[in-house]
Design a protein around this ligand. Sequence first.
Ligand code: GLP
Length: 256
Amino acid sequence: MEIIIQPTAEAATQAAARWFARVIRENPTAVLGLATGGTPLLLYRELVARQLDWSRLTTFNLDEYIGLSPQHPQSYHHFMRENLFRHVNISGPQVNLPDGLANAIPAECERYEDKIRAAGGIELQLLGIGTDGHIGFNEQTSSLASRTRIKTLTPRTRQDNARFFGSEAAVPQHVITMGIGTILEARHCVLLAFGANKARAVAGAVEGPVTAMNPASALQLHPRVTVYLDEAAAAELALKDYYRWVFEQKPAWQTV
Ligand code: GLP
């Protein structure tokens, strides 16, 4: 894993945006894996400002709430449309999210997996992290080999996401999420985490044992992961000085 610690979320986002912009410029037909939540908002704003060409890209989002229509203001369809897609030149058929209104959930999950495979797999997968270490909606004790499927949210995740819905009771109980096995097949995973409330999950993911109790720790098994952190999210990393040193010593050909 490469750990990049920046003084602020803005600086960490800038660094991640440089990487995303480079991938989009160098590979205009890339398949991107996208995420929702508060964390990637700045990144999406930054990518929009860079006026990149999205016309031949394909995107797959990590997850969606079951029971919310694409028009529901808290659906991830809506989130992505409002925060990214309507600001860039990407057209509907290239944009993929699980269908939260599907009648047959297992069939929908299989369709999603097939579509990712048919697109040639995901080149660059963006990830946030939950306060308990979840990625996508792969809650604690998710199989580290899991595929796209239904999950039941934990009370903690519903509490964390209640801020978007007005109350915890309004947060759906079920979701469709790419599995951890699905995520690990992306060729490069980029995880962003900002703020003190993520520090413990980040330390567990990067330096803890690989365990289903911290689903993001499965990223330790992936050959290419970049983690962008602000100081607050990096606070509990035992080796943070080493990561800074590594970053400062990077050979010029490795920098963006
Ligand atoms: C949700 C999403 C995750 C996201 C997490 C953290 O659970 N499914 O993909 O990483 O929230 O969200 P935030 O960035 O708002 O802290």
